[in-house]
Ligand binder design. Structure first.
Ligand SMILES: Cc1ncc(COP(=O)(O)O)c(C=O)c1O
Length: 316
């Protein structure tokens, strides 16, 4: 049976054996940085295709650098560890990978220097996060996106996700699918776990990096496809909330969310209220890339052949 495994304290162990002590600094103070990475199953190839693993690990290393967390392994070495764990799990379906670099020392007090660090990773089966076909209904959150002057927004800091948790919970409890957060200036920042893209007059517009957004890897990939495959102009600039109401199309991008069309915001239909034509084209292009069906972007995926359990081992 395929099983979830983890990389924990420098070896591969069954997920249930990966346990941290209650006094771990990262648990006490949120002093950890993480990535979400997808491994997309390809039936044609019989492989799990890890999407942009090295780019995710470069960002993890940047987050760790910002947060004084030691992460000596290179992005290549971290990718190698990841492929070993994915292979060992044996899943023949879409998986989600959660690498975390964290303050593993057991000490009281929030200072980060002179506190031990460690790296762990676990793998789980994972399907769709949002409705990719019908699109999603969003709400402008009453929670503002955390300012870079308070917690670095371009680092994926575990503690920062309290901000996302509040926004996502509020949106779901109010009957919406996802929250769109404004920054302290009142400009559009991003979703609780996604970047935002707006289409107006055939141009792709996304909030400026200085508007407290995470520098998304899905976003970078989709913008590259929009520019290189559809010849669209890309603009990074400040966006007002009401500009989204009159946009032709809006979608969210993220590792979990892929390319999720936003069909309604604050009870106002976006565009025609369905999945817009440019969003649909970008979704198709993106899915072909992540499932390994577009040779031009083959370098975006790291293929892994899941281990097959021997019949003898399965009986034992
Ligand atoms: C707050 C936030 N913004 C944006 C994203 C999208 O980033 P990526 O496409 O790299 O997953 C994520 C998910 O990682 C996120 O948590």
């Amino acid at each position: 049976m395929p099983t979830s495994y983890a990389w924990f304290q420098k070896r591969i162990v069954p997920l249930e054996e990966a346990r941290i002590p209650v006094m771990t600094h990262a648990f006490l103070y949120g002093t950890a940085v993480f990535e979400g990475i997808r491994g997309n199953w390809s039936d044609e190839r019989g492989e799990v295709l890890i999407f942009r693993a090295e780019e995710h690990y470069e960002r993890l290393r940047q987050s760790a650098h910002i947060m004084h967390i030691g992460l000596p392994q290179s992005a290549r070495e971290l990718t190698d560890i990841t492929t070993r764990v994915v292979e060992k799990c044996g899943f023949r379906e879409d998986v989600y990978l959660r690498p975390i670099a964290y303050k593993s020392g057991e000490v009281i007090g929030p200072k980060m220097h002179d506190v031990d660090d460690d790296f762990l990773l676990f793998v789980l089966p994972f399907g769709n996060y949002l409705d990719l076909d019908a699109g999603i209904r969003c709400q402008t959150s009453t929670w503002r996106r955390v300012q870079d002057t308070s917690i670095p927004a371009r680092a994926k800091v575990n503690g920062l996700y309290v901000n996302s948790a509040l926004a996502k919970t509020e949106a779901l409890q109010n009957g919406f699918d996802e929250a769109i957060m404004l920054n302290d200036d009142g400009h559009v920042s991003e979703g609780s776990g996604e970047n935002l893209v707006m289409i107006r007059h055939g141009r792709i517009i996304t909030p400026a990096r200085s508007d407290n957004v995470l520098e998304g890897i899905t976003l970078a990939s989709v913008l590259q496809l929009a520019r290189d495959e559809l010849g669209l102009e890309i603009i990074e600039r400040t966006i007002d909330r009401t500009e989204l109401y009159i946009a032709d199309e809006v979608f969210l991008t993220g590792t979990a969310a892929h390319v999720s069309p936003v069909v309604e915001l604050d009870r106002r239909a976006i565009g025609g209220g369905g999945v817009g034509p440019i969003t649909a084209q970008l979704q198709k292009l993106f899915f072909d890339c992540i499932r390994g069906r577009n040779a031009k972007y083959a370098q975006w995926v790291t293929p892994v052949q899941p281990a097959v359990e021997s019949p003898a081992a399965a009986k034992a």
